[in-house]
Design a binder for this molecule. Structure first.
Ligand code: HEC
Length: 101
């Protein structure tokens, strides 16, 4: 039974080290953006702008990024991102610093 078939992610586009904030920003725009829209306004996945994430505390967003949402196209990112990366992304999504208004 396959509930959550792993999608072929563009792993080649992933920077080797996520310590570089610019690379991490680029990763969110490119990789998360491939489903959530390049301005994170939604696409295959829902929009991820701060006004869309009121219902989710930062810790819940981090958990979703880490584990994915089983049974949906949202994949788990823990094989690719460190906990610090995930915290950083969750914070950026909550504050909207990554996307222009
Ligand atoms: C392959 C497509 C895909 C990619 C890539 C993807 N997502 Fe998602 N994401 C989804 C889908 C589809 C959902 C909605 C699942 C559902 O039906 O609940 C979702 C849901 C979410 C949610 C919950 C939103 C809400 O309002 O409940 C968050 C947060 C999220 N994604 C963050 C991210 C982040 C951060 C990345 C990049 C690290 C990312 N996603 C990459 C498809 C994707």
């Amino acid at each position: 039974m396959i509930l959550c078939a792993p999608l072929s992610l563009p792993a080649g586009t992933l920077p080797k080290s996520m310590s570089d904030v610019a690379e991490l920003e680029n990763f969110v725009i490119q990789d998360c953006g491939s489903c959530h829209g390049l301005a994170l306004k939604g696409g295959l996945g829902p929009p991820l702008r701060p006004e869309n994430l009121d219902h989710l505390p930062e810790a819940a967003i981090a958990a979703i990024i880490r584990e994915g949402i089983p049974g949906t196209a949202m994949p788990p990112w823990k094989p690719l991102l460190t906990p610090a990366d995930i915290e950083w992304i969750s914070h950026q999504l909550k504050t909207g610093k990554l996307v222009s208004p």
